[in-house]
Each structure stands twice: as C-alpha cells, then as structure tokens.
Design a protein around this ligand. Structure first.
Ligand code: HH2
Length: 271
C-alpha cells in the first residue's frame, strides 16, 4: 500500500503533494513502482497536528480519487476518521476506508461503514492524535492491542460490516512509547495475525526508527522502514503501508524468493 499525502503538513512529505497535479503524479509513480493499493490522506495524524474540516478533506480527496479512477484500476483507500469523507470518497471510486480511530470517531461511523459496504481498516490508537504521545502506558502492549482490535472487529460485525471486509492494524506510533511499546508490538505481530483478519502494518518512516538510529530524520529512515516491513511479512501481515514503494517491493520480493528457495530445499532433502 503506497501512501499519497494530500496534506500541507504531513510529517514525512511536508506538503510536497498538496497540489492535485503533484498528488496525481505521485500516485502514478507509486503505481508504476508496484503499489497494489494507494492510501490517500488529507488530514495529518501526526502527534499535535491540527484537525481539518470534512469539507476541506473532501475537496482535497475527491478530485484526486476521480483522477486516479480515470486512468487506473488500482484499489484506492482513504485515510479519514470522518464518515462523511468516507462516503464522498466511496462515491468517487475508493473502496477501502482506513480509519485510525477504528470507527470510533463519530457516533455513526460503524453504521456508515456497514451501509457503504466498503473494506474497513480498524487501527489501534490509544487516546487521540493531539494527545496520544502523552505518557502512554500498557502492561502487555501486544495483548492489549490484540484485545482492542478483536473488540472493534466484533463491534463492526455487530453493526453489519461483513467479516471479510475487515482489516486490522496495530497502529505503530499511535499512543505508543517510541521503543518500549512499538518494538514488542512489532515482535508480537503474530498475535494479531492469529485473530484471523488480514493485517495492515504501517511503520514506514516512523519516529521509532529515528530513535534507534541516532535521531535520523523522516527522510533518513528507509532502511529501518524496510526492516519493519520484512518483519511484518515474516509474521504474516497482508499489507504494508509505505512511502517507498519500489524499495519495499524489492525487499519483499527478495525475502519471498529466499523463503521459496528454502521450501524447495526442504522438499529436496526429504526425497
Ligand atoms: N499511520 C499514519 C497514518 N495513517 N493508517 C494506518 N492504517 N496505519 C498506520 O500506521 C498509519 C495510518 C501516519 O500518518 P501521518 O503522520 O499522517 O503520516 P503519513 O501519512 O505520511 O504516514
């Protein structure tokens, strides 16, 4: 899943893709680099970011979705917590609602997701974007995140969302201490995969990578982003949400080829 930011203040792209033409060019590039899904966002979820109105999000997203739809069949996901934005995006041709609040932001989020019949990504976040990094606490981060996600999947199904429309996401960096929480969460992804839903992992360019590498900035975190994507793939996640599609696809291709050779080797030896 390639990330296309249509925000003026996203932490990693600094608004480079705000103009519709530039965002469309970026989307085209990610498709050419091998993205299977595009995730479009118009509101930054960066800690401390200011909220954006639904009208502004719709203005930024709908023309972009329509332009992508006009030239590509790539599935489009929209990163929004607002049901009215999801509704407008699905009408324009998106098929996945990626909600960092796991359909908790608005009272009608669950009902609208069920009505739209779209795929939904339910992500774990402790607190809300403005405050989430203020002293988060867990006794067992992996267990608590898995329990939360199982609970939200149940709530979505109870509201009428089909089981096979649900994705889960551990929410790396959302209300988690840089290393004390994100690393055990990444090490225990199999517990989330074991819930039986496809899992999406978003670790690309996140701050924990900088924390492990002498404060490396967002544009200096490619190696760590790839390491996290590979760890996710090993644990069985279905998709990784990344900025650097080409490099990630290459890493995953090599990882899969090595695994495949290993399997062939085992078959060989057992003969
Ligand atoms: N991370 C960000 C935004 N949306 N959605 C999912 N499902 N999982 C994530 O990990 C995730 C997400 C981070 O957002 P932001 O700070 O806006 O930066 P960017 O969109 O460049 O990643």
């Amino acid at each position: 899943m390639g990330i296309v930011n249509a925000t003026p203040d996203s932490f990693s792209d600094g608004g480079r893709f705000l103009a519709p033409e530039a965002a469309l060019d970026h989307a085209r590039r990610l498709i050419a680099e091998g993205a299977d899904i595009l995730d479009l966002g118009a509101e930054s979820t960066r800690p401390g970011a200011d909220p954006v109105s639904a009208g502004v999000e719709i203005e930024r997203l709908v023309p972009l979705i329509a332009a992508i739809r006009a030239e590509s069949a790539v599935p489009v996901s929209v990163d929004t917590m607002k049901p009215e934005v999801a509704r407008a995006a699905m009408a324009a041709g998106a098929t996945i609602w990626n909600d960092v609040t796991a359909l908790r932001h608005a009272p009608d989020s669950l009902a609208v997701a069920a009505e739209l019949g779209c795929d939904v990504v339910l992500m774990h976040m402790k607190g809300e974007p403005r405050t989430m990094q203020a002293e988060p606490h867990y006794d067992d981060v992996g267990g608590e995140v898995a329990a939360f996600l199982a609970d939200r999947a149940e709530a979505a199904m109870a509201a009428g969302v089909a089981r096979d429309r649900i994705w889960l996401d551990p929410g790396v960096g959302f209300g988690k201490h840089m290393t004390r929480h994100n690393l055990p969460l990444l090490a225990g992804l199999d517990r989330i995969v074991a819930l039986g839903f496809p899992v999406l992992l978003g670790a690309s360019r996140k701050a924990f990578i900088g924390a492990l590498d002498g404060g490396a900035g967002a544009d200096q975190r490619l190696g760590g982003s790839i390491a996290a994507a590979l760890a996710g793939a090993s644990a069985g996640v279905a998709a990784v949400r990344v900025h650097d599609v080409r490099e990630t696809v290459q890493a995953l291709t090599v990882q899969a080829a090595i695994a495949q050779a290993g399997h062939l080797g085992i078959v060989h030896k057992s003969r």
